[in-house]
Design a protein around this ligand. Structure first.
Ligand code: ASP
Length: 297
C-alpha cells in the first residue's frame, strides 16, 4: 500500500512578503510526517509529528504563535481522527498546553471525544502532560497583531475576515492503509473570549474514514461549521472521485451555500491527495511519489 501525506498551514490573505516562512514551515512539517510513514510508522504518528512541528513554529496560528483573544490570551483548539476505528478526540479553549494536538490524541485514546478548557487541562495532567504558563504561548508576532487590533478594532463580524496566518492540519495514509487527520489552531485573531471555530469539531475541521479518505479544513470557522466541510469533502470521494475534484466540490458548496471562504486538504484510500481553497492563498505541502516535498503558498 502506498503512503501519502499532505499538510496545510492555513488559508487566508497572506501578503507576498510573508510567504517564505509559511512555505518553509509546511515543507519541514510534511517531511517530518513523511519520514515516519516511510519508516513504517502509523498515519496517526505521522499526522501528530507534522502538526507538532507547525504548532512550535510561530509562523502559524497554532500552539506557540496562536492568535490572541480580546483579553490578549491564547485559547487553542485541536482535533484528531483515526480512520481505522473512527475514534476521534478534540480539545477546545485550552491555554496551558504546549501541543494541543497531543492532548487531542490523548482524548482520542480515551473514553471521550471532546474536552474543553480547564477540564481538558486537568485531563492533560492526569495523562502526565506538563502544563505551561499561558504567557509562554504568546509569540511576539501574535502580541504585535493583538496590539494593532487594540488600536484599530477590526470591523464586526470579525470571523468573516479570512485570517492572515493560519491554522495547521495534516492528513496521511500509512503502509497498512490506515488514514488519520488532525487540525490545530489558535482560532481567529482578536476573537471573543470563549469563541470556538470549526477546527476542533469532528466533521467540520477534521474527518477520517478508511473506507473513503481523510480531510482537514481551514478558513472562516463559522461557515465551515455550518456545512460540516471535512465530512462533506470525505463523502465527496465516493465512487472513486479524485481528491482534487472532491476538494473543489466541497469549497464550491461552502461558497454557494453560506458564502464561506476556506481551504481543505484530502487523502483518499488509494493514497491520492487533493486540495482546494477560495481564499487568496493557502500554505500547503505534500510529498510526491519520489519523496520530494512540493510546498506552496
Ligand atoms: N478555521 C479556524 C477557525 O475558525 C481558523 C483558520 O483556519 O485559520 O478557528
Amino acid at each position: 500500500m502506498g503512503i501519502a501525506l499532505i499538510v496545510h498551514g492555513g488559508a487566508g490573505d497572506i501578503a507576498d512578503n510573508d510567504v517564505a516562512p509559511y512555505r518553509e514551515g509546511v515543507r519541514v512539517a510534511a517531511k517530518i510526517g513523511w519520514n515516519i510513514l516511510a519508516q513504517g510508522g502509523s498515519a496517526l504518528d505521522a499526522v501528530q509529528a507534522a502538526i507538532i512541528s507547525m504548532e512550535e513554529d510561530p509562523a502559524f496560528d497554532a500552539g506557540y504563535g496562536s492568535y490572541l483573544n480580546r483579553d490578549g490570551q491564547v485559547e487553542m483548539d485541536a482535533s484528531f481522527m483515526d480512520g481505522r476505528t473512527l475514534d476521534a478526540g478534540a480539545v477546545a479553549g485550552v491555554q496551558r498546553i504546549k501541543n494541543p494536538i497531543v492532548l487531542a490524541r490523548r482524548v482520542l485514546e480515551s473514553e471521550h471525544t471532546f474536552l474543553i478548557a480547564h477540564g481538558a487541562e486537568r485531563f492533560a495532567t492526569e495523562k502526565g502532560m506538563a502544563l505551561v504558563d499561558e504567557k509562554e504561548m504568546r509569540a511576539p508576532n501574535a502580541i504585535a497583531k493583538w496590539n494593532e487590533c487594540v488600536k484599530n478594532p477590526p470591523p464586526a463580524p470579525l470571523a468573516k475576515h479570512a485570517p492572515v496566518k493560519g491554522t495547521v492540519g495534516c492528513v496521511a495514509i500509512d503502509q497498512s492503509g490506515n488514514i488519520a487527520a488532525g487540525t490545530s489552531t489558535g482560532g481567529m485573531n482578536f476573537k471573543r473570549v470563549g469563541r470556538v471555530g470549526d477546527s476542533p469539531l469532528i466533521g467540520a475541521g477534521t474527518y477520517a474514514d478508511n473506507l473513503l479518505g481523510g480531510a482537514s479544513a481551514t478558513g472562516w470557522g463559522e461557515a465551515i461549521t455550518r456545512v460540516v466541510l471535512s465530512k462533506y469533502a470525505v463523502d465527496a470521494l465516493a465512487n472513486n472521485r479524485h481528491p482534487n475534484e472532491a476538494a473543489r466540490d466541497a469549497v464550491q458548496m461552502l461558497a454557494s451555500r453560506v458564502g464561506g471562504t476556506a481551504g481543505v486538504i484530502l487523502v483518499d484510500r488509494s493514497g491520492r491527495i487533493g486540495w482546494a481553497f477560495n481564499t487568496p492563498r493557502m500554505a500547503y505541502a505534500y510529498l510526491a511519489p519520489d519523496g520530494l516535498v512540493v510546498a506552496s503558498c
